[in-house]
Ligand binder design. Structure first.
Ligand code: NDP
Length: 510
């Protein structure tokens, strides 16, 4: 069986005799067993009962968040030697290709929501490597809204529906983000309301690890890294109004755009690079290397190219290969490790747990999740619902000294010298930093980066202004104040636009 076959369950059979799910041939799928032509139905009609009962169970719970998404298969190809930084087998030879699956998604909306909503985009890639499956569960933004993981459910709730009205709620949205201790979000909020908040295509946006990871080479030297996946198609975004219009015209626009491009042979690709930092350099940063709300300066930590990601194969079956795809940052391979970033540490638990809930504890047996390229052997993980891969047969279900199991010693030295942690167990709330540090990077983005893109500063003000116009006046004031800390001119412009739009909204309601 080829690698493609193993992740692709859509086998088309020659002998298409229609049967029930038990393999018994069916005469007429539309006939029901009943007393006479118009009498009551019979309990013995197992075809009818089975088809209705199965229909009731067609859905697995949608993801919460990242419910809406699409994806494609492809490969990662090594273009540059990175073995001094990372010893993972997938990087060991220039030209080496590893099969992969990428899923793009929006975050806050439900499964049927629009592709073009203003929202970060998930950019998750599963690599089927010989050392097991590696998942890079990234976003299209290099930072995030929070750095205290306990705030995650609160934050996501504010982006979803009001529990009373079941409506999206600008008051909830901005109330959370402008609360002083939550203003660590300002960097991500500035990016979200910039042009990049409404990508025109999954093909034309970047992916970023956001988190700091730790990579080591085979000699045991280790570094902090951040991964950048930069679109070879360039960046293309919708304006706020174009995105809203497209949500009505074709809510699946980006899904269609990706599938069509691959179908016509125009396979999208991304250049994958890393920023690399030593422990000594990290100690000199003006912020913590584990702070997910910060980027590393390109000038101080230049991008180092490692490879190319190409998506050239559409899924054959959306449910089997995309809806059931289970990405988790805890799926990692030797020489690539999570850092102590607390949000990443929490994700190590939360993602796999979401899949146990959504798909079941044996979700790794689903072909799209199976680490088929590695010699996986986990005889202690047995039984459970929907165990379909033979359950390791007669192997003992514990590691017995009588059995000749091998525990491969990785050829890297144990990283005993890495990050020695010590201290009392304390409840620590990583709220707003003292001083201005959380505003420095969004200010650089506004004053330096956006200033060079014609109209980008005004579009940022416009995008915030028209959104916050739906919130009450007290919360609007907090938004104006927060953006004034980024740049007073930005705060003032948002105020002008929001005031005008609020009046317009009121007039429309008269
Ligand atoms: P640089 O001028 O070296 O980098 C600026 C980067 O900003 C660009 O390379 C581009 O990243 C990114 N960018 C351009 N437009 C937008 C936008 N609308 N929203 C978000 N990012 C955009 O300066 P610095 O490294 O000093 O960074 C300055 C600011 O740029 C940061 O404070 C941060 O907000 C933003 N930025 C920085 C990144 C980094 O890794 N240093 C990555 C992304 C954003 P790209 O090439 O990845 O498209």
């Amino acid at each position: 069986m080829s690698a493609e076959d193993k992740t692709n369950t859509a086998e088309v059979r020659e002998d298409r005799v229609v049967t029930n799910s038990n393999g018994i041939p069916m005469n007429d799928p539309f006939a029901t067993q009943r007393i006479g032509e118009h009498g009551p139905l019979l309990m013995q009609d197992s075809n009818l009962i089975e088809s209705l009962a199965h229909f009731n169970r067609e859905r697995v719970p949608e993801r919460n968040p990242h419910a809406h998404g699409s994806g494609a298969f492809g490969y990662f190809e090594v273009t540059d030697d990175i073995t001094d930084i990372c010893g993972s087998a997938m990087f060991d030879t220039i030209g080496k290709r590893t099969r992969c699956l990428t899923r793009f998604s929006t975050v806050g909306g439900e499964k049927g929501s629009a592709d073009t909503a203003r929202d970060p985009r998930g950019f998750a890639t599963k690599f089927y490597t010989e050392e097991g499956n590696l998942d890079w569960v990234y976003n299209n933004t290099p930072v995030f809204f929070i750095r205290d993981p306990s705030k995650f459910p609160h934050f996501i709730h504010t982006q979803k529906r009001n529990p009373r009205t079941n409506l999206k709620d600008a008051n909830m949205f901005w109330d959370f983000l402008t609360t002083p201790e939550n203003q660590v979000a300002i960097h991500q909020v500035t990016i979200l309301f910039s042009d990049r908040g409404t990508p025109a295509s999954f093909r034309k946006m970047n992916g970023y690890s956001g988190h700091t990871y730790k990579w080591s080479n085979k000699k045991g030297d280790w570094h902090y890294v951040q991964v950048h996946i930069i679109s070879d198609q360039g960046i293309e975004n919708f304006t706020n109004e174009e995105a809203i219009e497209m949500a009505g015209k074709n809510p699946d626009y980006c899904t269609e755009d990706l599938a069509n491009a691959i179908e016509r042979g125009d396979a999208p690709s991304w250049t994958v690079s890393v920023q690399v930092m030593t422990e000594e350099q990290a100690k000199k940063l003006p912020f913590s290397v584990f702070d997910l709300t910060k980027v590393w300066s390109h000038k101080d930590f230049p991008l180092r190219r490692i490879g190319k990601l190409v998506l050239n194969e559409n899924p054959q079956n959306f449910f089997a290969q995309i809806e059931q795809a289970a990405f988790a940052p805890s799926n990692t391979v030797p020489y690539q490790e999570a850092s102590a970033d607390p949000v990443l540490q929490s994700r190590l638990f939360a993602y796999a747990d979401a899949h146990r809930y959504r798909i079941g504890p044996n979700y790794n047996q689903v072909p799209v999740n199976c680490p088929y390229a590695s010699k996986f052997f986990t005889p202690v993980m047995r039984d459970g619902p929907m165990n379909v891969d033979g359950n390791f047969g007669s192997e003992p279900n514990y590691y017995s000294t009588n059995c000749k199991y091998q525990f491969i010693q990785q050829d890297r030295p144990i990283q005993q010298h890495q990050e020695v942690w010590q201290g009392p167990a304390i409840p620590y709330h990583w709220a707003t930093s003292a001083g201005d540090i959380d505003y420095v990077q969004p200010r650089a983005l506004y004053q330096k980066v956006l200033a060079k893109q014609p109209g980008a500063q005004e579009r940022l003000a416009h995008n915030v202004g028209v959104h916050v116009a739906n919130a009450c006046s007290g919360i609007q004031e907090r938004v104006f104040e927060m953006f004034s800390r980024v740049d007073p001119q930005l705060g003032n412009r948002i105020r002008e636009i929001a005031t005008e739009k609020t009046t317009e909204n009121k007039m429309n309601k008269l």
